[in-house]
Design a protein around this ligand. Sequence first.
Ligand code: IPE
Ligand code: IPE
Ligand code: MG
Ligand code: MG
Ligand code: MG
Length: 318
Amino acid sequence: LSPSAGSRPRARAARRGARDPFAARRTSFERYLARALAVGCGAPGRLGLAIEYAALSPGKRVRPLLALASCEAVGGRWRAALPAAAAVECVHAFSLVHDDLPAMDDDDFRRGLPTTHRKFDEGTAILAGDALLAFAFQELTRLAVTGTPATRVVQAIHRLARAAGGEYLMGGQALDLEAEGRKVGEWDVCNIHRRKTGALFGAAMALGGLAGGGSPARVDALESAGRQLGLAFQIQDDLLDEAPGPARAGAPAGRRQTRSAGADAMKGKATYPRAVGAERSRAMAASHLDLSLFILDEYRLLTPRIERLIAATAARAR
Ligand code: IPE
Ligand code: IPE
Ligand code: MG
Ligand code: MG
Ligand code: MG
């Protein structure tokens, strides 16, 4: 092999890295998550395949990247927060598998691929989601292995359980279903979005702060900032759903589209644009992003990496 042939993949990777400043860390995280599932999950046959399919398909990994960056923001080493980042991503992956089921949003595509119940079957998808939720907490206890004191591990478990449970993620999803086909106001849709999406972003950042040894005030600040960011993220998700073209789909060229533009409107989902119009939705997303930045700045947590992550989130096209 000539040296130039060997350097071509490296050059390509470097170009990708230049376009995406989070590529290297996302790859490290994905390797960690793949190994954690392979070593720790132990699900047999088809269920194991469905779990891997749901968790390792090409997502943006926004929540884990925020957890790792939050760990650094309080002075920790980012690797110490890997179990927390993996736990949060598993809760997220579980929520997507169940969100796509026929009894919920009834979607056939996710991340440019068939949804888990389409690729496998409904029963397997339900169980894969359940297993991912349980595995999240199994994985979270591994924080102790990376040196996090037991009292902090307990706080991390509490925060993630609360964000994933009836008060937040599940409660938000329940209100989302109840609101389908009904007229919703701004308060209703904000109440849904802060629960179903805001809280998990808050937990991601708080858990990173806990793993990094942050003070209680700074961990709370990370949680508050994350909640604002997550709310803005869900408003953008609603706006992107209305955007025409395959950009929303996130499907590589040549692959089938994930869903048609305007799927939320067709299903009568409770979205910001439907409640308050696109213009106010954009303004509200911007104001929640600003509030997130303000909180982080107040607590000297606005590191360049977190700032870049928030900027990339604000500018996202999928
Ligand atoms: C999709 O989340 C569900 C929402 C809360 C809007 P993401 O947009 O983070 O999905 P992936 O993980 O990148 O596929
Ligand atoms: C999902 O919101 C939020 C979750 C908690 C899974 P959406 O239903 O809008 O997410 P997408 O558009 O299917 O990704
Ligand atoms: Mg939904
Ligand atoms: Mg959905
Ligand atoms: Mg959506």
